[in-house]
Design a binder for this molecule. Structure first.
Ligand SMILES: [Zn+2]
Length: 337
């Protein structure tokens, strides 16, 4: 969709445009008069005469009336053969030289003797002008072994039908993960009041606590839980560092083999006296330890969080040495000792 980018400022419209993009594209109808066709993007109204020729550069958001002036007085296009447009000149030249061509339905509207066909009803879109916009659906239920094909005009289709068609066309997009048991409830649900008090009283800077709190309420944006927002299938949601398994929260923060060495080294450097195997349980408040160790663990968790996103955004592999440098700097900046 040509305007999708300009709509990002308004979330509701941006979402609507995403939904519209799931519909089949609408073809230009011969019933559309210049009054309507002048808003058709040039991308849809023109095409290369030879499909193998190199595409030319022009404004992708431009519509027909940006290139060919529309006469409001006569309700038709002005005589296009006398003009030289100021904008999108490369496209214009290509059209004149024959490297590009207009859509046939549009081209006939430029004819000086063109008169709009007599239409009934109002000058805007009517049902007739959208009747060629059809969506096809094959039902999973067969009647006497014959699959049932349905085709409905888009404007008549109910949201339920549109959703079914879309899911059928993209079966992988909404597949749920099957390799693991469903996610366990968030640790926050199991935590007692005294554990919460302990958590809020730990002497931690806000950014350190924030990351840990997200872990407790299961709101870490790992690849599995963000897959719907990015329209990724479950197969595309594997860990970016080891490519082996789907990246859920435990894998992202603790169990990824690439990151595991950092936990080992950090445990040694920070002089944490609990075994590596119980660190994850301690972070989730399933096993007890002293306050000092908890603070240390929280700092390591934050470094994990920061390094993870640095590596993802810069598209570089995980680097334990860099993570360790970051951990030392963080400790030095935030604690007096
Ligand atoms: Zn991994």
């Amino acid at each position: 969709m040509v305007y999708a980018r300009s709509l990002t400022a308004i979330p509701h419209l941006a979402h609507l445009s995403k939904l519209l993009q799931r519909l089949p594209p609408i073809d230009i109808s011969e019933h559309w008069t210049p009054r309507m066709t002048r808003y058709i993007p040039l991308v849809r109204a023109t095409q290369p005469a030879d499909p193998t020729s190199t595409p030319i550069a022009y404004d992708r958001k431009a519509v027909i009336q940006d290139l060919v002036p529309y006469s409001f007085l006569h309700g038709r296009y002005d005589d296009i053969y006398t003009l030289t447009p100021r904008k999108n000149r490369s496209l214009w030249t290509a059209l004149v030289q024959g490297h590009y061509e207009w859509n046939p339905s549009i081209k006939e509207q430029f004819d000086p003797v063109y008169t709009p066909k007599d239409r009934e009803g109002p000058p805007w879109f009517t049902v007739k002008e959208l009747s060629h916009w059809i969506i096809k659906h094959t039902s999973l239920q067969r009647i006497r072994g014959i699959p049932q094909h349905t085709s409905i005009t888009v404007y008549m289709a109910k949201p339920r039908f549109l959703r079914q068609c879309w899911i059928q066309a993209n079966p992988k997009k909404y597949m749920l993960p099957s390799t693991r048991i469903p996610m366990s409830p968030a640790p926050a649900i199991m935590m007692s009041n005294s554990q919460w008090k302990l958590f809020w009283r730990l002497p931690l800077p806000h950014k350190v606590r924030n990351c840990w709190w997200r872990l407790l309420i299961h709101k870490i944006p790992d690849r599995r839980s963000t897959r719907h927002a990015h329209q990724r299938s479950i197969d595309e949601s594997v860990c970016q560092f080891c490519q082996a398994v789907i990246e859920d929260t435990p894998h992202m923060l603790f169990f990824c083999p690439r990151k595991r060495s950092f936990w080992q080294i950090a445990r040694f450097t920070m002089q944490i006296d609990i075994p590596l195997s119980s660190i994850w349980d301690t972070l989730n408040f399933r096993s007890k330890t002293n306050k000092i160790t908890m603070v240390k663990l929280a700092y390591i968790l934050l470094v994990f969080w920061q390094m993870h996103w640095q590596c993802i955004f810069q598209e570089i592999p995980w680097n334990t040495t860099n993570a360790l440098v970051r951990l030392r700097r963080l400790r030095w900046l935030t604690t007096p000792d």
